[in-house]
Design a protein around this ligand. Structure first.
Ligand SMILES: NC(=O)c1ccc[n+]([C@@H]2O[C@H](COP(=O)([O-])OP(=O)(O)OC[C@H]3O[C@@H](n4cnc5c(N)ncnc54)[C@H](O)[C@@H]3O)[C@@H](O)[C@H]2O)c1
Ligand SMILES: O=c1ccn([C@@H]2O[C@H](COP(=O)(O)OP(=O)(O)O[C@H]3O[C@H](CO)[C@@H](O)[C@H](O)[C@H]3O)[C@@H](O)[C@H]2O)c(=O)[nH]1
Length: 460
């Protein structure tokens, strides 16, 4: 197989953009073109002002500055990029289906299929097609079927190469991955992709498996990670009932090297575009194989997460004397975790929706999320009219303004800056008792209590 000179990635989102930037940075001799149908997104990737990149990730601007225009290109010309490429990554979205069979659980593969059909229609030379998107196990079979039936004599090899980066630490994760996973049948094709990663990843961290193990491992990794969060969140409720402290319990059990200390932070519930979607997908797959006990087991991870979000907003309502009607609740944070502008499935959306049902007024401050995005998230739920969402929810650029004249503050994202605020000043400008609900256990409860605030944390 000839060496790879041109890579194309279809999908310039949270995965395609950062992943290809790092591949281009580490392989200056390979031309990497990232294409997307979304012209606005591509324009933002090409913006000379690096603060306008469509994805906020610490360190991403530097990588883009180094590679863009040299061997990293962003374009809307999907067909040309497909035709030129030796290797094509498919990194498009695979959301949960919102219609038809499998609605609410199965992954919607229409974007993936569209890519395969477009590759089949355009390709005039042999290609390696890499599944970068997270996909149900055995999706490669469907891709093969579409690509191998073009009748135009072009050969396709399909690889699975799931991405394990976490948002907020994407560049660090990409530059120093715990492992790179490559699944495939054709040894030369596998080796071609190994070579690309070997430019910076030690060989022992590049794992090769069969296609199905690779596809399934991605879903399983997310299920295991999310399961740890739901497990500690389940224990947080028991801590609140018994006088134990979940932070102490997590620390104590995490010291056992068999358990480990990571991913044991109790919270208002996990969010993000992946955990829920991928577990629902795993549950759906298990059910299609009639493995109902397996499906029920993993479904509990989601059930517990929904319960945790609901418990958080219920506690706010209960503490505020059983009504938040007409009261001002300040939200610190809207993103699903710190250091990202991504809000997909953020716990903040569901907590807000619950409080708005109770006719609270909410003022949101998030250092990276725009007002348009916050309203889009609420409108998407369809619980109330867009006008009503705008009447009840205000978005501000200053945290002190958000907290001013509030009856309660809810911390929904663990942004570092929240810890360094002048909490005395915040206290002075709030209605009393001045309640704080720390959904991330990041604030210094003792200090805030001394200043007069009444602080509720998770699992304490
Ligand atoms: N976000 C993460 O942290 C993360 C991490 C690992 C894996 N994943 C997986 O990676 C995949 C992509 O996730 P994402 O967060 O980057 O999604 P995203 O929505 O940010 O980006 C997907 C992009 O693909 C584009 N697209 C869709 N169909 C297209 C087509 N036919 N031609 C050209 N462009 C097209 C969309 O316009 C969009 O910009 C998903 O399967 C996801 O599960 C995501
Ligand atoms: O101890 C913890 C750890 C995480 N979270 C929450 O869990 C969610 C997910 O966090 P994280 O996993 O750090 O971010 P993601 O970007 O969603 O990354 C996950 O999902 C990606 C998409 O598939 C995978 O690539 C990553 O490996 C996997 O960590 C966030 O809301 C976090 O606040 C907690 O509440 N407690």
């Amino acid at each position: 197989m000839k060496s790879i000179k041109n890579i194309t990635c279809i999908g310039a989102g949270y995965v395609g953009g950062p992943t290809m930037s790092v591949i281009a940075q580490k392989n200056p001799e390979i031309n990497v073109t990232v294409v997307d149908l979304n012209t606005e997104r591509i324009a933002a990737w090409n913006d000379s002002d690096l603060s306008k990149l469509p994805v906020y990730e610490p360190g991403l601007d530097e990588v883009v500055a180094e590679a863009r225009g040299r061997n990293l290109f962003f374009s809307t010309d999907v067909e040309q990029a497909i035709d030129q490429a030796d290797m094509i990554f498919i990194s498009v979205n695979t959301p949960t289906k919102t219609y038809g069979k499998g609605k609410g659980q199965a992954a919607d593969l229409k974007f993936i299929e569209l890519c395969a059909r477009q590759i089949a229609a355009v390709a005039t030379s042999d290609k390696i097609v890499v599944e970068k998107s997270t996909l149900p196990v055995r999706t490669a079979e469907a891709l093969k079927s579409i690509l191998h039936n073009t009748g135009n004599g072009v050969n396709f090899h399909i690889l699975s190469n799931p991405e394990f980066l976490a948002e907020g630490t994407a560049i660090q994760d990409l530059q120093n991955p715990d492992r790179v996973l490559i699944g495939g049948e054709n040894e030369e094709a596998v080796q071609a992709l190994v070579n690309i990663y070997a430019a910076w990843v030690p060989q022992e961290n590049i794992i090769t498996t069969n296609l199905w193990s690779s596809e399934l491992s991605k879903l399983v990794a997310n299920a295991f990670l999310a399961q740890r969060v739901s497990s500690i969140n389940a224990i947080s409720e028991l801590c609140e009932a018994t006088g134990a402290d979940v932070n102490e319990v997590a620390f104590a059990i995490g010291k056992d090297s068999r358990i480990g200390s990571k991913f044991l932070k109790a919270s208002v519930g996990f969010g993000g575009s992946c955990f829920q979607k991928d577990i629902l997908n795993l549950v759906y797959i298990a059910r299609t194989y009639n493995l109902h006990k397996v499906a029920d087991y993993w479904e509990q991870v989601i059930i517990m997460n929904d319960h945790q979000k609901e418990r958080f907003s219920d506690n706010i309502i209960k503490t505020l004397y059983n009504t938040v009607n007409g009261k001002n609740i300040a939200f610190l944070g809207w993103a699903f975790k710190k250091d990202t502008n991504d809000t997909r499935e953020s716990a903040a959306i569901y907590v807000a929706d619950h409080l708005l049902d109770e006719e609270a007024f909410i003022t949101v401050y998030d250092p990276k999320v725009s007002a348009e995005q916050i309203y889009r998230d609420l409108d998407y739920l369809g619980t109330r009219s867009p006008e009503e969402n705008r009447r009840l929810v205000k978005v501000v650029n200053n945290p002190y303004e958000a907290c001013n004249k509030s009856h309660a503050i809810a911390v929904l994202t663990e942004w570092d800056e929240f810890k360094t605020y002048d909490w005395q000043r915040i206290y002075q400008n709030m209605y009393k008792p001045a309640f704080v609900f720390d959904g991330r256990n990041i604030l210094n409860k003792k200090e805030l209590t001394e200043k007069g605030l009444v602080v509720y944390s998770i699992g304490e």
